[in-house]
Design a binder for this molecule. Structure first.
Ligand SMILES: [Cu+2]
Length: 114
């Protein structure tokens, strides 16, 4: 299940406006998936999203990643891990700015198999 959280103050706006938010339309790896290889991390959005920060973390700390897309608004954000991922569980957290200017954040998790 993709966790997709509006920042608290955004909740104060009427639902008609909230519906204009960009939504996450999928990730690579898929949220909750177990995969043998992780060559790319990506997130797809239904409207351009400016990704401000993105962090890949494991149980024992953060993993360095390189963004392939900059801080320009994109519908597909891509990054690559800078090291081979050891077997285990990983979580990617991001913060961004939706197409309508609202701050957004979300995360997804996956497992690298042995
Ligand atoms: Cu919005």
């Amino acid at each position: 299940m993709i966790r997709f959280v509006f920042l608290a103050f955004v909740l104060a706006i009427p639902p008609a406006f909230a519906a204009a938010h960009s939504k996450s339309a999928g990730t690579t790896p898929a949220d909750g998936a177990t995969v043998a290889e992780v060559s790319e991390l990506s997130m797809q959005f239904d409207a351009p999203m400016r990704i401000i920060s993105v962090t890949l973390s494991a149980a024992d700390g953060d993993i360095p990643i390189e963004r392939e897309t900059g801080t320009d608004p994109v519908t597909v954000f891509r990054a690559t891990p800078l090291q081979d991922l050891a077997p285990g569980s990983y979580r990617l957290d991001w913060r961004g700015m939706a197409a309508d200017g609202h701050p957004m954040q979300g995360s997804f998790s996956f497992t690298k198999s042995k």
